[in-house]
Design a protein around this ligand. Structure first.
Ligand code: B1M
Length: 213
Protein backbone atom coordinates (compact mmCIF):
# COMPACT_ATOMS: atom_id res chain seq x y z
CA UNK A 1 0.00 0.00 0.00
CA UNK A 2 1.19 3.55 -0.71
CA UNK A 3 3.00 5.34 2.08
CA UNK A 4 0.47 8.16 2.30
CA UNK A 5 -2.47 5.75 2.70
CA UNK A 6 -0.62 3.95 5.49
CA UNK A 7 0.01 7.34 7.13
CA UNK A 8 -3.73 8.10 6.87
CA UNK A 9 -4.64 4.77 8.51
CA UNK A 10 -2.16 5.45 11.29
CA UNK A 11 -3.47 9.00 11.76
CA UNK A 12 -6.97 7.58 12.24
CA UNK A 13 -5.75 5.01 14.76
CA UNK A 14 -3.77 7.66 16.65
CA UNK A 15 -6.63 10.18 16.47
CA UNK A 16 -4.55 12.89 14.76
CA UNK A 17 -7.56 15.00 13.95
CA UNK A 18 -5.52 18.15 13.26
CA UNK A 19 -3.10 16.45 10.84
CA UNK A 20 -5.50 14.34 8.84
CA UNK A 21 -6.74 17.16 6.59
CA UNK A 22 -3.22 17.90 5.42
CA UNK A 23 -2.53 14.18 4.89
CA UNK A 24 -5.77 13.76 2.93
CA UNK A 25 -4.83 16.69 0.70
CA UNK A 26 -1.32 15.26 0.26
CA UNK A 27 -2.82 11.94 -0.86
CA UNK A 28 -5.06 13.72 -3.38
CA UNK A 29 -2.09 15.78 -4.65
CA UNK A 30 -0.15 12.53 -5.12
CA UNK A 31 -2.94 11.28 -7.37
CA UNK A 32 -4.77 8.95 -4.94
CA UNK A 33 -8.50 8.84 -5.66
CA UNK A 34 -11.00 9.86 -3.00
CA UNK A 35 -12.32 6.30 -3.14
CA UNK A 36 -8.89 4.76 -2.45
CA UNK A 37 -8.29 7.19 0.41
CA UNK A 38 -11.63 6.13 1.92
CA UNK A 39 -11.39 2.38 1.33
CA UNK A 40 -7.64 1.83 1.67
CA UNK A 41 -6.74 4.54 4.20
CA UNK A 42 -9.59 5.67 6.43
CA UNK A 43 -11.68 2.51 6.65
CA UNK A 44 -8.84 0.09 7.52
CA UNK A 45 -7.84 2.60 10.22
CA UNK A 46 -11.36 2.70 11.63
CA UNK A 47 -11.64 -1.11 11.45
CA UNK A 48 -8.53 -1.30 13.61
CA UNK A 49 -10.00 1.23 16.06
CA UNK A 50 -13.23 -0.77 16.16
CA UNK A 51 -11.34 -4.00 16.94
CA UNK A 52 -9.31 -2.34 19.70
CA UNK A 53 -12.45 -0.78 21.21
CA UNK A 54 -14.21 -4.16 21.23
CA UNK A 55 -11.19 -5.77 22.85
CA UNK A 56 -11.15 -3.10 25.58
CA UNK A 57 -7.76 -1.79 24.39
CA UNK A 58 -9.17 1.60 23.41
CA UNK A 59 -11.64 3.80 25.29
CA UNK A 60 -14.42 6.24 24.41
CA UNK A 61 -12.32 9.48 24.35
CA UNK A 62 -9.72 7.87 22.06
CA UNK A 63 -12.39 6.44 19.78
CA UNK A 64 -14.04 9.88 19.63
CA UNK A 65 -10.71 11.40 18.52
CA UNK A 66 -10.33 8.75 15.81
CA UNK A 67 -13.91 9.31 14.69
CA UNK A 68 -13.34 13.09 14.55
CA UNK A 69 -10.21 12.51 12.47
CA UNK A 70 -12.31 10.42 10.11
CA UNK A 71 -14.93 13.19 9.94
CA UNK A 72 -12.26 15.82 9.17
CA UNK A 73 -10.96 13.77 6.27
CA UNK A 74 -14.48 13.04 5.05
CA UNK A 75 -15.21 16.80 4.88
CA UNK A 76 -12.62 16.97 2.08
CA UNK A 77 -13.53 13.66 0.44
CA UNK A 78 -17.33 13.77 0.53
CA UNK A 79 -17.84 16.29 -2.33
CA UNK A 80 -15.31 14.38 -4.43
CA UNK A 81 -17.01 11.05 -3.72
CA UNK A 82 -20.40 12.50 -4.64
CA UNK A 83 -18.93 14.05 -7.80
CA UNK A 84 -17.46 10.73 -8.93
CA UNK A 85 -20.65 8.87 -8.03
CA UNK A 86 -18.98 6.52 -5.57
CA UNK A 87 -21.72 4.74 -3.68
CA UNK A 88 -21.54 4.60 0.08
CA UNK A 89 -22.42 1.14 1.45
CA UNK A 90 -25.81 2.29 2.74
CA UNK A 91 -27.71 5.00 4.58
CA UNK A 92 -28.29 5.18 8.31
CA UNK A 93 -30.88 7.46 9.89
CA UNK A 94 -30.02 8.06 13.51
CA UNK A 95 -31.66 9.69 16.50
CA UNK A 96 -32.04 9.66 20.26
CA UNK A 97 -35.69 8.88 20.93
CA UNK A 98 -38.41 11.20 22.21
CA UNK A 99 -37.85 12.50 25.73
CA UNK A 100 -34.18 11.56 25.84
CA UNK A 101 -31.38 14.13 25.64
CA UNK A 102 -28.35 11.82 25.83
CA UNK A 103 -26.33 11.91 22.62
CA UNK A 104 -22.71 11.03 23.33
CA UNK A 105 -23.15 7.31 22.57
CA UNK A 106 -25.44 8.00 19.62
CA UNK A 107 -22.87 10.40 18.13
CA UNK A 108 -20.21 7.74 18.51
CA UNK A 109 -22.44 5.23 16.72
CA UNK A 110 -22.90 7.76 13.89
CA UNK A 111 -19.18 8.32 13.61
CA UNK A 112 -18.40 4.60 13.57
CA UNK A 113 -21.06 4.01 10.91
CA UNK A 114 -19.56 6.81 8.80
CA UNK A 115 -16.20 5.21 9.35
CA UNK A 116 -17.61 1.95 8.04
CA UNK A 117 -18.73 3.70 4.82
CA UNK A 118 -22.34 4.63 5.57
CA UNK A 119 -23.98 7.94 4.77
CA UNK A 120 -25.42 9.03 8.12
CA UNK A 121 -28.23 11.47 8.77
CA UNK A 122 -28.51 12.37 12.42
CA UNK A 123 -31.84 13.74 13.61
CA UNK A 124 -30.40 14.69 16.99
CA UNK A 125 -32.00 14.27 20.40
CA UNK A 126 -35.57 13.77 21.65
CA UNK A 127 -36.77 12.79 18.20
CA UNK A 128 -40.53 12.34 17.91
CA UNK A 129 -41.74 9.12 16.20
CA UNK A 130 -43.36 11.26 13.47
CA UNK A 131 -40.02 12.96 12.78
CA UNK A 132 -38.42 9.54 12.22
CA UNK A 133 -41.27 8.69 9.84
CA UNK A 134 -40.89 11.91 7.84
CA UNK A 135 -37.12 11.44 7.63
CA UNK A 136 -37.55 7.85 6.43
CA UNK A 137 -39.72 9.15 3.58
CA UNK A 138 -37.27 11.92 2.66
CA UNK A 139 -33.86 10.35 3.28
CA UNK A 140 -34.82 6.76 2.34
CA UNK A 141 -32.35 5.09 4.70
CA UNK A 142 -31.52 1.38 4.77
CA UNK A 143 -31.35 1.47 8.56
CA UNK A 144 -33.12 3.46 11.26
CA UNK A 145 -30.93 3.59 14.37
CA UNK A 146 -32.45 4.59 17.69
CA UNK A 147 -30.64 5.34 20.92
CA UNK A 148 -32.08 5.57 24.46
CA UNK A 149 -30.24 6.00 27.76
CA UNK A 150 -33.20 6.19 30.12
CA UNK A 151 -35.47 3.36 31.18
CA UNK A 152 -38.31 5.87 30.86
CA UNK A 153 -37.58 6.60 27.18
CA UNK A 154 -37.07 3.02 26.02
CA UNK A 155 -40.77 2.84 25.27
CA UNK A 156 -40.37 5.61 22.66
CA UNK A 157 -38.45 3.04 20.62
CA UNK A 158 -41.51 0.81 20.42
CA UNK A 159 -43.70 3.85 19.70
CA UNK A 160 -41.42 4.80 16.83
CA UNK A 161 -41.60 1.31 15.32
CA UNK A 162 -45.40 1.47 15.58
CA UNK A 163 -45.38 4.90 13.88
CA UNK A 164 -43.25 3.47 11.06
CA UNK A 165 -45.75 0.60 10.69
CA UNK A 166 -48.76 2.91 10.70
CA UNK A 167 -47.15 5.11 8.06
CA UNK A 168 -46.55 2.01 5.91
CA UNK A 169 -42.77 2.47 5.80
CA UNK A 170 -41.63 -0.18 8.30
CA UNK A 171 -40.82 -2.70 5.55
CA UNK A 172 -38.54 -0.24 3.79
CA UNK A 173 -36.00 -0.14 6.62
CA UNK A 174 -34.16 -2.25 9.15
CA UNK A 175 -34.39 -0.98 12.71
CA UNK A 176 -31.35 -1.12 14.99
CA UNK A 177 -31.49 -0.05 18.63
CA UNK A 178 -28.94 0.55 21.36
CA UNK A 179 -28.16 2.38 24.59
CA UNK A 180 -27.31 1.34 28.13
CA UNK A 181 -30.76 0.13 29.33
CA UNK A 182 -31.56 -1.71 26.08
CA UNK A 183 -30.79 -5.34 25.30
CA UNK A 184 -31.51 -8.06 22.76
CA UNK A 185 -34.64 -9.31 24.48
CA UNK A 186 -36.08 -5.76 24.52
CA UNK A 187 -35.23 -5.46 20.81
CA UNK A 188 -37.10 -8.73 20.16
CA UNK A 189 -40.04 -7.57 22.25
CA UNK A 190 -40.58 -4.34 20.30
CA UNK A 191 -39.90 -5.90 16.90
CA UNK A 192 -36.55 -4.23 16.14
CA UNK A 193 -34.36 -6.04 13.61
CA UNK A 194 -31.17 -5.71 15.62
CA UNK A 195 -29.56 -4.62 18.87
CA UNK A 196 -25.97 -3.46 19.25
CA UNK A 197 -24.28 -3.10 22.64
CA UNK A 198 -21.70 -0.49 21.60
CA UNK A 199 -20.63 1.74 18.74
CA UNK A 200 -18.17 -0.72 17.23
CA UNK A 201 -20.79 -3.47 17.28
CA UNK A 202 -23.32 -1.02 15.79
CA UNK A 203 -21.23 -0.48 12.66
CA UNK A 204 -20.71 -4.26 12.32
CA UNK A 205 -24.41 -4.93 12.78
CA UNK A 206 -25.27 -2.18 10.27
CA UNK A 207 -22.97 -3.79 7.69
CA UNK A 208 -24.69 -7.16 8.23
CA UNK A 209 -28.14 -5.58 7.96
CA UNK A 210 -27.42 -4.02 4.55
CA UNK A 211 -25.92 -7.30 3.31
CA UNK A 212 -29.12 -9.12 4.27
CA UNK A 213 -31.53 -6.61 2.70
CO1 B1M B 1 -27.95 11.20 32.29
N1 B1M B 1 -28.50 9.49 33.06
N2 B1M B 1 -29.64 12.00 32.86
N3 B1M B 1 -27.20 12.84 31.61
N4 B1M B 1 -26.30 10.28 32.15
C1 B1M B 1 -27.61 8.35 32.86
C2 B1M B 1 -27.97 7.60 31.58
C3 B1M B 1 -27.87 7.51 34.17
C4 B1M B 1 -27.59 6.01 34.01
C5 B1M B 1 -27.07 8.11 35.34
C6 B1M B 1 -27.33 7.41 36.65
O1 B1M B 1 -28.31 7.64 37.29
N5 B1M B 1 -26.44 6.53 37.06
C7 B1M B 1 -29.38 7.84 34.46
C8 B1M B 1 -30.39 6.92 33.79
C9 B1M B 1 -31.08 5.99 34.75
C10 B1M B 1 -32.02 5.12 34.01
O2 B1M B 1 -32.98 5.56 33.46
N6 B1M B 1 -31.72 3.84 34.03
C11 B1M B 1 -29.47 9.26 33.94
C12 B1M B 1 -30.45 10.21 34.34
C13 B1M B 1 -31.41 9.74 35.41
C14 B1M B 1 -30.54 11.50 33.78
C15 B1M B 1 -31.54 12.59 34.13
C16 B1M B 1 -32.98 12.12 34.32
C17 B1M B 1 -30.99 13.31 35.36
C18 B1M B 1 -31.90 14.38 35.93
O3 B1M B 1 -32.09 15.38 35.29
N7 B1M B 1 -32.44 14.05 37.05
C19 B1M B 1 -31.43 13.54 32.92
C20 B1M B 1 -32.39 13.16 31.79
C21 B1M B 1 -32.40 14.14 30.68
C22 B1M B 1 -33.14 13.58 29.49
O4 B1M B 1 -32.56 12.86 28.73
N8 B1M B 1 -34.42 13.89 29.38
C23 B1M B 1 -30.02 13.27 32.50
C24 B1M B 1 -29.21 14.22 31.87
C25 B1M B 1 -27.90 14.03 31.50
C26 B1M B 1 -27.00 15.12 30.93
C27 B1M B 1 -27.73 16.08 29.99
C28 B1M B 1 -26.44 15.90 32.09
C29 B1M B 1 -25.85 14.29 30.29
C30 B1M B 1 -26.07 13.98 28.79
C31 B1M B 1 -25.19 14.84 27.91
C32 B1M B 1 -25.24 14.36 26.49
O5 B1M B 1 -25.46 13.20 26.18
N9 B1M B 1 -24.99 15.30 25.61
C33 B1M B 1 -25.96 12.97 31.03
C34 B1M B 1 -24.94 11.99 31.09
C35 B1M B 1 -23.61 12.38 30.49
C36 B1M B 1 -25.13 10.70 31.67
C37 B1M B 1 -24.09 9.59 31.91
C38 B1M B 1 -23.22 10.07 33.07
C39 B1M B 1 -23.19 9.22 30.76
C40 B1M B 1 -23.90 8.82 29.47
C41 B1M B 1 -22.88 8.70 28.37
O6 B1M B 1 -22.72 9.61 27.59
N10 B1M B 1 -22.09 7.60 28.37
C42 B1M B 1 -25.01 8.37 32.29
C43 B1M B 1 -24.41 7.45 33.34
C44 B1M B 1 -23.51 6.43 32.71
O7 B1M B 1 -23.80 5.89 31.67
N11 B1M B 1 -22.45 6.13 33.37
C45 B1M B 1 -26.31 9.00 32.56
C46 B1M B 1 -20.99 7.42 27.41
C47 B1M B 1 -21.51 6.85 26.09
C48 B1M B 1 -20.36 6.61 25.12
O8 B1M B 1 -22.11 5.59 26.38
O9 B1M B 1 -24.40 6.49 25.91
O10 B1M B 1 -24.08 4.14 26.84
P1 B1M B 1 -23.61 5.26 26.01
O11 B1M B 1 -23.50 4.73 24.52
C49 B1M B 1 -22.85 3.50 24.19
C50 B1M B 1 -23.80 2.29 24.15
O12 B1M B 1 -24.91 2.42 25.00
C51 B1M B 1 -24.14 2.14 22.71
O13 B1M B 1 -22.96 2.59 22.06
C52 B1M B 1 -22.40 3.70 22.75
C53 B1M B 1 -20.92 3.74 22.54
O14 B1M B 1 -20.29 2.52 22.77
N12 B1M B 1 -25.24 2.85 22.10
C54 B1M B 1 -25.79 2.38 20.95
C55 B1M B 1 -25.85 4.01 22.41
N13 B1M B 1 -26.77 4.31 21.53
C56 B1M B 1 -26.76 3.32 20.60
C57 B1M B 1 -27.50 3.15 19.42
C58 B1M B 1 -27.25 2.02 18.66
C59 B1M B 1 -26.30 1.07 19.04
C60 B1M B 1 -25.55 1.24 20.18
O15 B1M B 1 -27.91 1.75 17.52
C61 B1M B 1 -28.65 2.76 16.91
Amino acid sequence: MSEVLTSISNAIIQGKKDDIGELTQKALDEGQSAQDILYKGLMPGMDHVSDKFKAGDMFVPEVMRSARSMANSMKILKPLLIETGVAMIGKVLLGTVKGDLHDIGKNLVGMMCEGAGFEVKDLGISVEPEAFVEAVKEFEPDIVGMSALLTTTMRSMGDTIKALEEAGVRDRVKVMIGGAPVNQSFADKIGADAYAPDAAAASDVAKKLVKKS
